[in-house]
Design a protein around this ligand. Sequence first.
Ligand code: ATP
Length: 248
Amino acid sequence: MTPALETQMLVKRFGGLIVTNEVSLSVRPGARHALIGPNGAGKTTLINLLTGALTPSGGRILLSGEDITATTPFERVRRGIARTFQINQLFNDLTPLESVMLAVGERLGHGNRLFRPLAADRAVSEEAAALLERFRLADVMCLPTRDLPYGKQRLLEIALAIALEPKVLLLDEPAAGVPEEDRHEVLAIVRALPADVTVLLIEHDMDLVFSFADRISVLAAGRLFAEGTVEEISGDPEVKAIYLGDAA
Ligand SMILES: Nc1ncnc2c1ncn2[C@@H]1O[C@H](COP(=O)(O)OP(=O)(O)OP(=O)(O)O)[C@@H](O)[C@H]1O
């Protein structure tokens, strides 16, 4: 099966520092794939290479078998790679319903149409409301985003990315800063996304990773160090040693 997302011998250097070292990662369609590794392992750099925020020093990136290494970040979004939005000032002033309607409208190409049929607006608002319901945000969808609890703001970021109907969703610590009791819920909602959405997750909390992922890749010092199922990775003494070394 053609991987949804693949890197081949991907390299990133910052001056003399090799931060991504010949990483060949394969994410199968529909995967709930987690990327773990100690601080400074190169996880965020890899996500930035995948989105096009950074240009690789070597190697290739393939989306559904097509080489996207030289494409712009915008082109990658158009082709189906999304990462979570950071809530900015604009979204803080809007309600979740307004924000998601903008994202859905953007996807449908309504963005620059001044006059549009009422029925089209209704379809957009219905889709936005259904999406917010799925993300358990229905009760707050008409409040200003700035008044939402932090955990709900993180869910809104993911809902905004999903409104674009991505093929591949990249999540960089989506539960960071979310209260302990809500963290599992955030990941459970992501896990329950439609099977045709491929998810690559960076997460530090091993409890969350083990309950979320069906495949885990371990990065250490820029290299892909191990890959396997939850059982394989959680029982791997070398992976444990890396984390214990990190904690030490
Ligand atoms: N723009 C840059 N210039 C120089 N070095 C950088 C740059 N960006 C990242 N690095 C270095 O690359 C290494 C990997 O950083 P990265 O943020 O990708 O790791 P990470 O695995 O996401 O870490 P964390 O879990 O702490 O977020 C670090 O040593 C970092 O200092």
